[in-house]
Write a protein that binds this ligand. Structure first.
Ligand code: S3P
Length: 440
């Protein structure tokens, strides 16, 4: 379905609560399935990606009671008694789901219900193009028996008894780190992961919330001993700062806007967007209100501002990895130049985000140049027009935000891909005063 986003006549205003964090929701489904006993997960994200992961755990024997709430779902998960699934596990569009599940399954070889089983993990066309050797190789190094067809999904996992090891990663990737840490839970001895730069640390925090001892040696080095048991419990999902980023951008860009974002996850390994907004001259106040399930949760009050272009240093890239489509969108309307470097990982997300953002911004008259590891965006005006989102939820939402301040409406083709992470995006933005309209 196509979406039309039209310039707004008045400011955006109001209170807003983002949907549950996608990364945390995936992990809570997986860890609750592993933990013996009953876990309660509050505010689980209602999205295609996270539902795919939870349904995969059901196919492995976790019993889930789903209750719909205004915040997504409350789940009651009976875990700890898993078995091999009857059919391939389908993760749809979700890189996090398939990679973390591969790690979790790889080490279950000493479990009688997994011996001599081969489990197939599949996904949609986009997921089947994304690189999987980044998890296959480290899992094989631990003694895992896992194959990828031509380096991509489908994956074939034959659970084995693993031995702990030190793994030094080439890219700062929380998905790779987490796949290894989940495998390490069932490996003998110690497994260490060393990253080139800090990546999001939800897995470390959540493992600790389930009673696992995690040695956080430094910001880039973590160690876990195998053979530990996970304890079930009550867990809360913070609001997703990556979803909130679109609303923050809308508030900054639409003149006169004033929005209060509540219950936002403020994990310091996820807050790169706040550093970028600050560097671009954005006006906001942020405060931590609570800590829940190991994660800081807080309020961000944001007002419109005249943004200025800024160089984004490479060390901020992993801390804002999912926010680059909207950062490029803000840069298109900022005064001066924004340069992005060291961001080649963006080429292997749900789409090649560097190529697609540049091609679609060009269609709207933006002065943008793609480089091998980033882009140069020279801000100015954004014209109306028709853009493609390439099946990428974050690109669809970025152009929906730009339509609010473009010279004429922007139509985003196949924008229904937003359901990957944020099915309520259109309703939430319209409640704040936007004019987004689904076209038949
Ligand atoms: C995620 C990690 C990031 C991010 C993705 C979710 C996670 O990927 O882009 O949307 O939940 O661990 P990488 O760790 O591969 O950069």
């Amino acid at each position: 379905m196509d979406l039309k986003s039209s310039p707004v006549a008045s400011p955006l205003a109001g209170h807003y609560r983002p949907p549950g964090d996608k990364s945390v929701s995936h992990r809570l489904a997986l860890l609750s399935a592993l933990a013996k006993g009953t876990s309660h997960v509050r505010g689980f994200l209602d999205s295609a990606d996270t539902i795919a992961t939870a349904v995969a755990t059901e196919a492995l024997g976790a019993r889930i009671e789903w209750t719909r709430t205004p915040q997504g779902f409350d789940l009651v998960i009976e875990g700890g008694d898993l078995h091999a699934p009857q059919a391939p596990l389908d993760f749809g569009n979700s890189g996090t789901g398939i990679r973390l599940m591969a790690g979790l399954l790889a080490g279950l070889g000493s479990h009688p219900k997994f011996t001599n089983q081969c489990i197939q993990l599949t996904g949609d066309a986009s997921l089947s193009r994304r690189p999987m050797m980044r998890i296959v190789e480290p899992l094989q190094a631990l003694g895992g028996d896992i194959d990828a067809s031509h380096g991509c999904a489908p994956l074939f996992v034959r659970p084995r008894q693993l031995s702990g090891q030190t793994q030094t990663l080439k890219v700062a990737s929380a998905q790779v780190k987490s796949a290894i840490l989940l495998a390490a839970l069932n490996a003998s001895g110690e497994t260490r992961v060393i990253e080139p730069a800090p990546s999001r640390d939800h897995t470390e925090r959540l493992l600790q919330a389930y009673g696992v001892e995690v040695d956080r040696i430094s910001e880039t080095e973590v160690s876990v001993f195998g053979g530990q048991t996970l304890e079930s419990g009550v867990f809360e999902v913070p609001g997703d700062i990556s979803s909130a980023a679109f609303v923050m951008a809308a508030g900054l860009l639409v003149p006169g806007s004033d929005i209060v974002l509540e219950h936002v996850g403020l994990n310091p390994t996820r807050d790169g967007i706040l550093r970028v907004i600050d560097a671009m001259g954005g006006a906001f106040d942020v405060r931590v209100d609570a800590r829940s399930t190991g994660e800081p949760i807080g309020t961000i009050a944001i007002k419109s501002a005249s943004l200025k272009g800024h160089g984004i240093p490479p060390e901020w890239v992993p801390l804002a990895i999912d926010e680059f489509p909207i950062i490029m969108g803000m840069a298109a309307l900022a005064e001066g130049e924004t340069s992005i470097v060291g961001a080649e990982e963006l080429r292997v997300k749900e789409s090649d985000r560097l190529a697609l953002m540049c091609s679609e911004l060009l269609k709207l008259g933006v002065d943008v140049e793609e480089t091998s590891d980033g882009a140069l965006v020279r801000g100015g005006r954004v014209k109306g027009g028709v853009v493609e989102c390439g099946g990428d939820h974050r690109i669809a939402m970025t152009f929906a935000v730009l339509g609010l301040v473009a010279q004429s409406p922007i139509t985003i083709r196949d924008a229904h891909w937003m359901q990957t992470s944020y099915p309520g995006f259109v309703d939430d933005l319209n409640r704040l005063g936007a004019q987004l309209e689904w076209l038949a």
